[in-house]
Structure formats: C-alpha cells, structure tokens
Design a protein around this ligand. Structure first.
Ligand SMILES: [Zn+2]
Length: 500
C-alpha cells in the first residue's frame, strides 16, 4: 500500500480518544510522570477570535475528531500585534467561511483586577467595549466544553510592544545612544512585577490548566550581526547598568563595544569598503577588544530567564498543578547559535514544566534563505558564498545536508521531517530528562503574502518523527485558523498509526 492510501485509510478512523489511549500505553511503558511519560500531549495553538467565529463546541469537536487534540492554547493577551489576517491566509474548510476585512479585535481576552497589580505602576488596558467580542469572556466560556471532552485549556501570551499597557513608556529599554525604545526591559522592576501580576490574575480568575509564554526578540548581540531591525543595541537603562556593575562588568566599555560593533556592521550593510584583514576578522577584533559585549549579552539572557522564573513561581504559588512552559520561537530553536550557547534546556528546567520549540519544517526554508543566509552575508559572513554558508549552517546545527535543500531550493521546498526529528532529538538531549519537550509542528504557515501549503504525508511524518525523537508532546502550530482540514487529519493519522 502506498503511503498516500495508507494515510487515507487511517484518516478515516476517529482519533478522538487515540491520543489518550496511546498516552496511557506510553505512561505504563515509561513509568508514570517522568518527562516523556503520562498522557501524550497534543496541543493546538488557536486564536480566541477563531474560537468564537467558528463556535466553541463545533471547533473543539473538529480538532478532536481530526487531530486528536487534548489541549487548546489560546491567547489571553495579544500583546504582540493585530490578530486579523487576510482571508486568503485562512483555512476555508472548517465549516465557516473565513472573514475578510473584519474590524479591529481586542488584544486582551480576559478580565483583569486591579488588586493583583499593587506592585507595579503598569496596567493592562481593558478592551474598547465597542470592539467585536469585547463583551465575551472566552476563557470562562471554553472551560466547560473543553472539560467535557477531556481537553485542557492553556493561556498563551507573546510579549510585544506596550500598545495595550498603560504607563509602558516608563519601562522601556534604552539603546547605546541613550535613546528609549518601544520594548520593555527585563531588568526594570516595574516590568517584572507587571508580568507577575498578569499571571497571578490569570490563574486566580480562571481555572486554567497551563500557560505558555514567549517573547520573540533576540539578544542584543544577535540583533546586531543578524539584524531583525535597524535598532541600535540595548539595554543601557539605569537598571541594566546597575546589574552590569554588580556583575563586575565595565558598563561604559560594554556600551562602547556594542556601539563599535553596531557601527561596524551597519557600515558593512551599507557597502563600506571591507577591512583588509577580513570581514569576520573585524567582528572578532571588536569582541577581543571589548569582551564586555559578550558579558552584557549573557546578562541580557539571564535577565529574560529571571522574568520567566518569576512568572513560573507566581503561577505555582497559586496553582501548583498548572503546567507552565515556554515558547521558543524559530530563530532561537533553529538558527540562533548565541541563544543556544547561552543556556541548555536543562539549565532552564528548574522553571520549565515544558519547552515548546518551533520546528516548522516548511517555512524554515525561506526563513533560512532570507532571514539567515542573506542577512549574514551582508554582515559578518560576507566572505562565504551562500552555498558555503548554508553548508556551515547545516553542519553547525546538526541537520543532514544530504536530506535538506540546497540554496536555490530553500524557498520552494522547505526543510524535511528529518529536520523535525533531529531538532527534537537535540532538544530532548539538551533537556537531559529534566523538562518535557513539546515539538511545535507547523504547517500552512504564511510566507510573505501567501500560504506555503502543507503536504499531508510530510506533516504525518513530522509528527511521527517528533515522537520517535523522544518528544513528550506536540503543539500543532502556527494557528488553527490557517490549518487546512486535510493537514489536521494528517496529524490525526500519524497519532492513530502510532497508537495502533
Ligand atoms: Zn534595561
């Protein structure tokens, strides 16, 4: 039987209870609640507005029937940006037609209470009551339908700008030139207290099963050499300076080093003549003269982790059984060597019940082509051809260059399920059994103004191989609203085949 027919056959089998059944077999085999044991986690990321658009009950039925989902991860706060997308990027086969040109949506989907915000001057702005769904309390509404189906409810947040936060300008980072930015500083005590207040309110006000939080921003070093934006390096606010001094770092030398590095890289990007000694050499020269740059970068990361730890501890103090974990987005999971070098997942384990890392195989192709190869060639890897740089990338990250696309195939082909396997295996090893690894299986993710259509066989294979590599669960990603039915069924097919 060919693979396509096999998938068609097993896709016809309902998978509503397969994840549960398969999980119970695993938990006997692996001995209870150790990482990797217990119920196999099959989460799905879903926008709150999608849930209301499609209707909570039919939507839960659909994800359970097709993909064996047993946990729904929904934004309690959309701090990261507008939830609306053009209809062409949305799946049209969920039973309700996607909506075009919809009016603005709330960015806050829970009710907040001032009494939990006594340690911070920041407040979450309540949504404008005129907005669609502003009167709905989606987390209160989804709990009972989820429980009836044996599904868990996780709140999910991505950090963002402060558009929905009062007084946010008082906690922003400061760049090497003393200029404030629009991003919060991890070392600002008001910002730290804000996050503790948000999660305390969430878990005191709603009977949530878990929480997933992420901040899709790089450390200052990576944002200079692989620039996501043109911003000058941060943060040199009074709190970061005090932290640096307390750690024995010469603050002014760190600032000067970052400024020199920034000026150097921007010069390369604008076509300035290269150093006779070499482009990469110029980069190393600045690090040698200002090793404080590396020390500053490391403190940035530790500060971020401290914010996560304090949220973890706060949630556990309210609800010890809640599962608290982190969204590791695509760059740190798959092409940020600095992030990878700073801490292992084992290092993060004391404040992580799980780590959900992104392993979107399809969209990684164009992302590596344009967000990694192209950018690095314009900055510190100007001496490498794109072929050489891609080869180096595959080798450094442990991916199989014989299985993965060449430069000119990256955009159309994407990476393979073998990448999902290898990155999951690496993550499980990095966690050393101390925390659970959930693989973020991504499909139908847009690139530019179009969707990269997922291939059901590859999606099934990616799910199977994630579990083969030791994942304790998967999180079906990026957003439910983008996922074509046949691809959700492909996830279910893989789970069914594994349980059988
Ligand atoms: Zn700061």
């Amino acid at each position: 039987m060919n693979r396509r027919r096999f998938l068609e056959r097993i896709a016809a089998v309902p998978v509503a209870s397969v994840a549960l059944a398969g999980g119970s077999v695993e938990s006997h085999a692996q001995g209870g609640s150790s990482p990797g044991g217990g119920r196999r986690f099959v989460g799905i990321q879903m926008g709150p507005h999608t849930l209301l658009d499609e209707g909570i009950e039919p939507c839960f039925d659909l994800i359970q029937r097709t993909a064996g989902v047993n946990a729904v991860l929904t934004y309690s706060h959309a701090f990261h940006g507008d939830l609306r997308k053009p209809a062409r990027l949305l799946a049209a086969d969920h039973g309700k037609p996607p909506r075009e040109n919809r009016p603005p949506l709330p960015s806050v989907w829970v009710r907040h209470h001032d009494r939990y915000f006594t340690d911070t001057t920041l407040r979450v702005k309540p949504p404008d009551p005129a907005l669609e769904y502003a009167g709905r309390d989606v987390f209160a509404e989804m709990l009972a339908p989820a429980r009836r189906r044996g599904m868990k409810v996780y709140a999910r947040i991505l950090e963002g700008s402060g558009a929905s936060i009062t007084n946010f300008s008082s906690v922003v980072t400061v760049d090497v030139y003393g200029k404030p930015t629009r991003i919060g500083c991890w070392n600002n005590p008001q910002y730290r207290a804000f996050w503790r207040a948000v999660v305390e309110d969430l878990f005191r006000s709603y009977d949530l099963d878990g929480f997933q939080w992420g901040a899709e921003r790089m450390g200052p070093l990576m944002n200079v050499i692989l620039p996501w934006n043109d911003g000058a390096p941060t943060c040199f606010c009074e709190y970061c300076r005090a932290r640096g001094r307390a750690k024995g770092i010469d603050v002014e030398r760190a600032r000067t080093g970052f400024e020199e590095l920034y000026v150097y890289v921007r010069g390369l990007m604008s076509g300035k003549p290269r150093l006779a000694d070499g482009v990469f050499t110029g980069f190393v020269r600045i690090l040698l003269r200002y090793p404080e740059v590396l020390a500053w970068e490391y403190q940035y990361r530790l500060s971020r982790e401290e914010v996560m730890r304090s949220m973890y501890e706060k949630i556990k103090s309210v609800k010890p059984s809640a599962e608290v974990g982190w969204h590791v987005d695509h760059q740190p999971s798959s092409w940020d060597l600095v992030y990878r070098a700073e801490l292992s997942y084992e290092d993060m384990a004391p404040y992580s019940d799980f780590i959900k890392f992104i392993a979107y195989h399809d969209v990684l192709g164009p992302r590596i082509r344009w967000w990694y190869l192209d950018r690095f060639q314009k900055t510190i890897l100007g001496e490498l051809s794109l072929d050489e740089s891609l080869n180096l990338y595959y080798n450094l990250f442990g991916y199989d260059k014989n299985a993965e696309p060449a430069v000119d195939e990256l955009e159309a082909k994407g990476l393979s399920p073998d990448y999902v396997y290898r990155e999951t295996k690496r993550s499980v090893a990095s966690a050393a059994g101390k925390t659970k690894i959930y693989t973020g299986i991504g499909f139908d993710v847009p690139w530019g103004s179009n969707t990269i259509p997922g291939d059901p066989d590859e999606i099934s294979s990616a799910v199977t191989r994630a579990f083969d590599a030791g994942a304790s669960g998967i999180v079906i990603s990026r957003e439910y609203e983008e996922m074509r039915l046949r691809n959700l069924q492909a996830v279910g097919a893989a789970l069914t085949a594994r349980a059988g």
